[in-house]
Design a protein around this ligand. Structure first.
Ligand code: MG
Length: 379
């Protein structure tokens, strides 16, 4: 799915006491936070809209990663300048984002892209939690129910052709506070995707302290978590077996719905367990025909992605294979290399061990092979 990003940073910052896009937050300029996330997100094009006086300096700073264009007289004019700079098809997705919401994360972008698989447009928004009052002359006039009310955030996502049409149809000079308002004006249904507090908008000088606190709060909240997984598969007729992502020649194979790689299954369950995300069967139901014969590295990669999306990192993993045969030792290093590659961690954090049960139990009688796995993650 091709998507582009427009970051609107055209304001003069009258309420925050200066051009807030260039002020430093957590060690770098406010605008850089959004630029870095969108560049890393895989956007085809990242367009940054800045005040006309800042265009040359900004383009020099960001280089080829982004296209810098000049803003207009108000936010809407700035967005239009950004949209015109996008070179894409009408069906491409464009995410329009205010630089004043610097704590954007990749998962916010992914949430919107997922919504646009089925909806014409979507925005991030937060349901209201305070009671709402309508006041006149300092006195409550009405108390509208809050249950259907949301606070709009950004990014806001549209099809490029739709939002260009919407802006063309918007009455000249009529104020608009966001792009969803302009899309709604020509009847585009805009879905609400739940955002979060971290997308709070920098408006007043005190907001800087609030966002710094939110950023600092991210770090101590990371905790070490442990996960464990277990899996077993039955031996059947065959001439090779998949274990920890490596195919080993053997006079039997493991029977299962997928490739029956018990090592990868146990490790996937350990990671899901550490993150409190259920088990492998929840994510890849064995009743679903699309996983028949599937290569199990897909399951493990999915668990790795889910942890990364939550800002987590894998510290180490330790897998034990329990079988009489085949002998694991000659393949152990290949398994570690393969696991480290899938997990995206260094080899010293990956352990593969093997044991027999000295002829006892189902593994000892060679009815089946078992695997157990432990991992620790920081999340
Ligand atoms: Mg299994």
């Amino acid at each position: 799915m091709t998507f582009h990003a427009i970051i609107v940073a055209g304001g003069s910052g009258s309420r925050s006491g200066g051009k807030k896009q260039w002020m430093r937050l957590g060690g770098k300029p406010v605008l850089d936070w959004s630029v870095d996330v969108f560049v890393a997100s895989g956007a085809a094009q990242v367009v940054v809209v800045v005040p006309v006086d800042d265009v040359v300096q900004a383009q020099e700073t960001y280089g080829e990663r982004v296209l810098v264009v000049a803003g207009g007289s108000d936010r809407s004019a700035s967005v239009v300048n950004g949209l015109r700079a996008v070179t894409g098809d009408d069906g491409d997705i464009v995410l329009i984002h205010d630089a004043a919401r610097p704590l954007l994360k990749i998962h916010h972008i992914k949430g919107l892209l997922t919504a646009l698989e089925t909806r014409p447009a979507a925005i991030l928004a937060l349901p209201l939690t305070d009671s709402i009052k309508k006041g006149r002359d300092g006195v409550i006039e009405d108390a509208p129910p809050r249950e259907h009310l949301w606070r709009a955030q950004t990014p806001q996502a549209f099809r490029l052709g739709d939002i260009l049409r919407a802006y063309a149809a918007w009455p000249a000079g009529k104020p608009a506070t966001d792009d969803a308002m302009i899309a709604g004006h020509i009847g585009i249904d805009v879905a609400l995707v739940e955002g979060d507090m971290s997308l709070h908008k920098l408006t007043y000088p005190t907001d800087f302290a609030l966002l710094e606190a939110l950023m600092a709060g991210d770090k101590p909240m990371k905790q070490t978590r442990i996960g464990s997984g277990f899996d077993a598969h039955r031996w059947g007729d065959g001439d090779s077996v998949w274990l920890c992502g490596v195919e080993i020649a053997h006079n039997k194979t493991l029977i299962g719905h997928s490739d029956a790689d018990a090592g990868l299954h146990a490790l996937t369950d350990a990671l899901l367990g550490a993150a409190g995300l259920g088990d492998i069967g929840d994510h890849f139901p064995p009743t679903d025909p699309q996983w028949r014969g599937a290569s199990s590295d897909r399951f493990l990669r999915h668990a790795v992605d889910l942890i990364a999306e939550r800002g987590g990192e894998i510290v180490n993993v330790d897998v034990t294979l329990i079988c009489e045969r085949p002998k694991i030792k000659p393949h152990r290093e290949a398994m570690r290399v393969r696991l480290a590659g899938i997990l995206g961690i260094t080899l010293d954090r990956v352990s593969v061990k093997a044991t027999t049960t000295e002829g006892m139990g189902f593994t000892g009688r060679e009815e089946g092979l078992a695997a157990q796995a432990v991992c620790s993650i920081l999340i």
